[in-house]
Write a protein that binds this ligand. Sequence first.
Ligand SMILES: Cc1cc2nc3c(=O)[nH]c(=O)nc-3n(C[C@H](O)[C@H](O)[C@H](O)COP(=O)(O)OP(=O)(O)OC[C@H]3O[C@@H](n4cnc5c(N)ncnc54)[C@H](O)[C@@H]3O)c2cc1C
Length: 165
Amino acid sequence: MTCYDCALQYSLLRKQFRDQPIASHQLVQEKLTWMINEITKAQLLVLQVGRLKDAGKVQHQHISMIKKNNVAMALECARLARDILGANGIADDYPIMRHMMNLESVKTYEGTDDIHTLIIGSNIFLLVQFRIKLVIPAPFIRALGDVVNPLWARLRVSACAENRD
Ligand SMILES: Cc1cc2nc3c(=O)[nH]c(=O)nc-3n(C[C@H](O)[C@H](O)[C@H](O)COP(=O)(O)OP(=O)(O)OC[C@H]3O[C@@H](n4cnc5c(N)ncnc54)[C@H](O)[C@@H]3O)c2cc1C
């Protein structure tokens, strides 16, 4: 949020080309729009997971979603803010680089981005397995058994015969 606020204020004050504030350019507006859109979505995600926690329904993958999504979003906001501030974006006079460096470490501690991806992914996999169990109709499983079981029995018989020889 600080990076967004800083970039917004800067874009209103900084004038370039015909004494126009850079905020009047659509490319700068697009960056600020992306930032406020994603910040709002991230806040809603946290609010929803907070509600799940209050209801005693929160699960590991929800926490991983927040961490993965919101840190990546915050890092991108910091990068866009740095861009809007031009060369001043890397100067110590503004807070952008401090936040960006901090966020680079947040991406690693309390679970790396990769590990949160694995947690979310493994949960999807469990759900898929669960759904497959539910949707395969029983007659189909019986028919599959009718085909596979004789083949399996024949294989076992021939393996026993080979062992005897
Ligand atoms: C600023 C900061 C503060 C910290 N504070 C604390 C603290 O207070 N308490 C604490 O306990 N720890 C703290 N840590 C440590 C942090 O928890 C670990 O750095 C983090 O868990 C990653 O472990 P690692 O550094 O050993 O990286 P590694 O486990 O060696 O991982 C290195 C890379 O390999 C990837 N990787 C590893 N395993 C897999 C896998 N199975 N599949 C795919 N990719 C994989 C990782 O995602 C990462 O990109 C802090 C770290 C930092 C940077």
